[in-house]
Write a protein that binds this ligand. Sequence first.
Ligand SMILES: Cc1cc2nc3c(=O)[nH]c(=O)nc-3n(C[C@H](O)[C@H](O)[C@H](O)COP(=O)(O)OP(=O)(O)OC[C@H]3O[C@@H](n4cnc5c(N)ncnc54)[C@H](O)[C@@H]3O)c2cc1C
Length: 359
Amino acid sequence: MTARESYDLAVVGAGIVGLGHAAAAVERGLRVVVVDRAAGVAGATVRNFGHIGTSAHRGEAREHAERTRELWLRHAPRAGFWLRAPGTLVVARSDEELAVLAEAGEGTALSGNDVMRRVPVVGALGGAYLPRDLQVDPREAGPALARHLARRGVEFRWRTGALGVEPGALHTTRGEISASAIVVAVNHDVDQLLPDVADRHGIERCALDMMLADGVGLGVPVLTGSSMLRYSAFAGTTAAGALRRRIEAEEPELLARDVNQMYAERPDGSLLVGDTHARGLSVSPFQDEAAFELLSRLAGRMFGRELRIRQRWQGVYASAPQDFLRAAPMDGVRVVSVTTGIGMTTGLGLADAVVAELF
Ligand SMILES: Cc1cc2nc3c(=O)[nH]c(=O)nc-3n(C[C@H](O)[C@H](O)[C@H](O)COP(=O)(O)OP(=O)(O)OC[C@H]3O[C@@H](n4cnc5c(N)ncnc54)[C@H](O)[C@@H]3O)c2cc1C
């Protein structure tokens, strides 16, 4: 970098949350720079399901999700990435799951046969179709959005680590950047840059095991079983207690590994298979094969056949008691993170709200 340069907004982190801030700011005609220590979009934003699950949330998450939905629909044609609006199919394969769906009353109720006519799953007793949910290809959407923003004048400084922040100045591994406002959107790595903020908000890491398998012809993302204990619209029902007890009795490993039984097919026909969750201040570098075996077994049971696994990987997101971190540790500095693993669903809307407040 040359000498000191000046911007309206400097963003640290080029994941969906950082990109959301850059998009909202450039939309308002502001001069924006984004720094990321990686060589491209490489964090949680490319490692997820690409599921934009608007309907399954309540409260603040729902507010950000509704706005995020509008923003994905606006960005996709402009930035030229794949987005579809297939909704989500929640599949019930036990009476307890049926009771959760009935009580939640979310979406259109389906019979078991309706479900099995729509998707190649076995053993469905019923389901709920949530029509408003969107889907992107996580490996494409973030990078395409970054390229689009670069074309609109946002400056990206890749392989540039942020070292420290003060009002009006961002210190990086390639020099200092002057900006009226600075947004730190570094996901779980808040503790590396602003440890006090991380400690105050109880930020931990949540590490997830994920797999990619040969596709099964799934036109709509599907979730089932223990996934219903994860999304507030279902987890908040009284029937969720009975479902949890049944899973605890029959397959406690699902709760021990906090499994999200979710499946989403990418545009190339490969199937994203998820996922386990392990929380702590640091992430174990050693991924447990038993976790992948469990995910394979569950997928086999869901689709009635063994799936060929093509890839395995780990994703990490920030986790905290509150759903969102939105801190203002200094004048003009904001620290923003989605701390529940729903950043694709809520991140763009959250970022838009932060930029509206800053400018
Ligand atoms: C396996 C998995 C499945 C998921 N599925 C879904 C889903 O289907 N739907 C959904 O809504 N959400 C899902 N999520 C959650 C979602 O992916 C995250 O909430 C979201 O991507 C977080 O975005 P981010 O921008 O905060 O983080 P990231 O994408 O991780 O970006 C943070 C960036 O900050 C950079 N950075 C960190 N420190 C510094 C520094 N000091 N200097 C410069 N750069 C720095 C990193 O290099 C990184 O690029 C999933 C997450 C995982 C891991």
